[in-house]
Ligand binder design. Structure first.
Ligand code: PGA
Length: 263
C-alpha cells in the first residue's frame, strides 16, 4: 500500500442476500464502522450486491447519508437494446453506483467472458462514469505452466490496450485457485504479481497511471490475513467474497490498519 493511493476494501456478495437482507446488512455494516469511528477518507469501503438489491442499497445510503460506496457485479458492453437479461452501465449509473466489477473469474468461467469482452465492458463502464474493477488471475494449471504473473498480465494487457492514459480503473488480482478455497496466496506471491501488473500499466498507460491505479488482491481474504496483504507496496486493498458476507468480519477487514503489525 502506498501513501498516495486510498485503499479500497470491496465486498463481492456474488449471488447472496436479497434486497431485504441487503438493507439489514448495509445498516449493520454502517453501524459497525461508525462504532469503530471508521475514517472512510483513509480507507474506502464498497459493497457489490446483486442487481436486484441496488435500488434498496441506494435508498438507504442516500437517506442515511452513508459514506459506503457500492456497485454492480457485472454490466453489458452494450448501452441499450435487444439484449435480454443484460444490464446497461447507464442503469447502474442512474442508481449512483460508483463501481462495477468486470471479468470476475466466475464470469470468465461460467459465462465465457473473453479478454476482449472484458475490455469492451471496461470501456462501457468508463463511458457511463463508473469505475471498473477489472479482475484478472491465473488458474492452478496456468500457474504450473506459465508461472504466477504471465496470465494475469496478458489478461490485463488486452484491457489496457483499449484505454486512454487518463482512464480511472481499479485492478483486482484474484488467483482463481485462491478464490473460495481458503487457500489465499501469500502476501509475497500477491505482491509479485501486483508489481508486474503495475509495471504493465506503466508500459501501456504511462507512469502517472501506474502510480494512481489501485490494485487489489482477492482470494480467501479474511480479517486474519488482510494485514499481511496491505503491508505490501503494490497492494491497495482487497476484493473479498465469502468473508464480505459477515458484517463483523468485513468491518474488521476494512479496519485493517488496526491490525497491521499484529498478524
Ligand atoms: P473469496 O472470493 O474471498 O470467497 O475467496 C473472492 C472473489 O471471488 O472475489
Amino acid at each position: 500500500m502506498a501513501v498516495n493511493r486510498t485503499p479500497l476494501i470491496a465486498g463481492n456478495w456474488k449471488m447472496n442476500l436479497d434486497h431485504l437482507q441487503s438493507i439489514a446488512f448495509v445498516q449493520k455494516l454502517a453501524w459497525a464502522l461508525k462504532d469503530a469511528k471508521h475514517d472512510y477518507a483513509s480507507t474506502e469501503v464498497a459493497v457489490f450486491p446483486p442487481y436486484t438489491d441496488l435500488r434498496s442499497v441506494q435508498t438507504l445510503v442516500t437517506a442515511d447519508k452513508l459514506d459506503l460506496r457500492y456497485g454492480g457485479q457485472d454490466l453489458s458492453q452494450h448501452d441499450s437494446g435487444a439484449y435480454t437479461g443484460e444490464i446497461s452501465g447507464a442503469f447502474l449509473a442512474a442508481l449512483d453506483c460508483a463501481y462495477v466489477i468486470i471479468g470476475h473469474s466466475e464470469r470468465r468461467q461460467y459465462h465465457a467472458e473473453t479478454d476482449e469482452i472484458v475490455a469492451s465492458k471496461t470501456v462501457a463502464a468508463l463511458r457511463h462514469g463508473l469505475v471498473p474493477v477489472v479482475c484478472v488471475g491465473e488458474t492452478a494449471e496456468d500457474l504450473e505452466q506459465h508461472g504466477p504473473s504471465a496470465v494475469p498480465v496478458a489478461q490485463l494487457a488486452v484491457v489496457l490496450a483499449a484505454l486512454d492514459a487518463d482512464a480511472d480503473i481499479v485492478v483486482a488480482y484474484e488467483p482463481v485457485w485462491a478464490i473460495g478455497s481458503g487457500q489465499a496466496a501469500t502476501p509475497e506471491q500477491a505482491q509479485q504479481v501486483c508489481a508486474a501488473l503495475r509495471a504493465s500499466i506503466a508500459e501501456h498507460l504511462g507512469e502517472a497511471a501506474a502510480e494512481r491505479t489501485r490494485i487489489l488482491y482477492g482470494g480467501s481474504v479474511k480479517a486474519a490475513n488482510i494485514a499481511g496483504f496491505m503491508a505490501q507496496r503494490d497492494i491497495d486493498g482487497a476484493l473479498v467474497g465469502g468473508a464480505s458476507l459477515d458484517v463483523d468480519g468485513f468491518a474488521s477487514i476494512a479496519r485493517f490498519r488496526q491490525h497491521v503489525g499484529t498478524v
